[in-house]
Design a protein around this ligand. Structure first.
Ligand code: 9MR
Length: 346
């Protein structure tokens, strides 16, 4: 029997794509991540921020080789665009779009409405002016990127069962001042602003086999069912995919959830995949094996569901992962969380 080379293995096993050993193989084969995805009718991409792309030519080169999509990790959030009312500034997100254009990448929009990174002025404005505040924001954002961005996270993370409110809705400024219908309204406003977009509802915590995620799955399914019944123009569910190795994963539970979403007539994208190894104390190679195994079982379930259109990772290299941020590192032993396709040295 001939031994399988590492390259054969990377090409054959989706999970191996996340084992951190890809660069060597991608230089000697055209099987880049995005080429592999496209050959299966899928997309692949990753998140990035200007500060990362600006300083790192290896990151830029890896992006242009491996990705079909880039998602602004920060620049398109409301707080980034309009921290002070009336000073909307698209220069930062436009730079990411320009980077994408010059490297043949597409951009995913993230995120029109999110309870976090909300400018301070928004809540008082919602209180006195109501829906007009989100109408203005969504209209302007989508008009600015009309014809450039199709795939958009319109509402991000609107469910939080722990808040104890009706239907598991998150106690956000939007809910407080616009009521529960703000979600359906956001989709209608978005599709009126640009009928060509694919508006997604994007959410985390939908994959682990524990009570916390089970409650969120139920609440998200109820929300999606309601949106469909109301005729809200939603295109799909974005499943973030921030997987944690200290929490259980059951492929069949996740597969059932995907089927239930697909049965509502929705498309699915894995939008922010990474595998958090924060409590693992094993050697680096053992950690990589466990990260790869978890990624593989998650991806294998996801890609077996026909409504899944592809996946994006939340970054490309561990060096720039939010899980390794200098202010809030997730590991306490001083080593990097090995959460992404490439390690800190690519
Ligand atoms: O990775 C992002 C980090 O750099 C930002 O500081 C943070 C707040 O804007 O958002 C992080 O990205 C989040 C994404 O926008 C929504 N899903 C969870 C992601 C990780 O927190």
């Amino acid at each position: 029997m001939t031994a399988m080379t590492r390259r054969d293995l990377l090409a054959a096993v989706p999970g191996a794509l996340l084992s951190g050993t890809l660069e060597a193989s991608s230089q000697t084969t055209d099987k880049t991540l995005t080429a592999l995805a496209v050959s299966k009718g899928l997309i692949y991409g990753a998140a990035a921020a200007n500060w990362q792309l600006d300083r790192d030519s290896i990151l830029r080169r890896t992006f242009s080789r491996q990705c079909g999509f880039v998602v602004p990790e920060w620049e398109m959030k409301w707080g980034a665009i309009e921290p002070i009312r009336g000073t909307r500034d698209y220069s930062a997100p436009d730079r990411i779009v320009a980077f994408a254009d010059s490297h043949g990448l597409k951009v995913r929009g993230h995120a029109a409405l999110w309870y976090r990174n909300l400018p301070k002025w928004v809540e008082p404005a919602l209180k006195t002016e109501g829906e007009a505040v989100i109408v203005a924001h969504i209209n302007d954002l989508l008009a600015h990127y009309k014809g450039k961005i199709r795939s958009w996270d319109i509402v991000n993370e609107a469910i939080e069962p722990k808040d104890g409110l009706q239907d598991g809705l998150r106690n956000s400024a939007f809910l407080r001042w616009l009521g529960p219908d703000y979600i359906a309204r956001a989709f209608s406003i978005a599709i009126e602003a640009d009928p060509d977009i694919q508006p997604f509802y994007n959410e985390y915590g939908l994959y682990h086999n524990d009570d916390t995620d089970a409650q969120r799955r139920t609440a998200v399914l109820n929300l999606l069912e309601k949106l469909k019944t109301q005729g809200a123009p939603i295109y799909g569910l974005g499943i973030q995919g921030h997987l944690r190795l200290d929490r259980p994963f059951d492929p069949s539970v996740f597969a059932t959830f995907l089927r239930q979403v697909a049965n509502l007539g929705l498309k699915i994208l894995i939008t922010e995949l990474d595998v958090d190894d924060r409590y693992l104390s094993q050697t680096v190679s053992e950690r990589d094996r466990l990260v790869g195994d978890r990624a593989a079982s998650f991806i294998n379930v996801a890609l077996a569901e026909l409504s899944v259109e592809g996946l994006l990772t939340w970054g490309l290299s561990d060096r720039y992962s939010w899980l390794n941020s200098s202010t809030n590192p997730t590991r306490t032993d001083g080593t990097m969380n090995r959460c992404l396709p490439y390690d800190e040295n690519f």
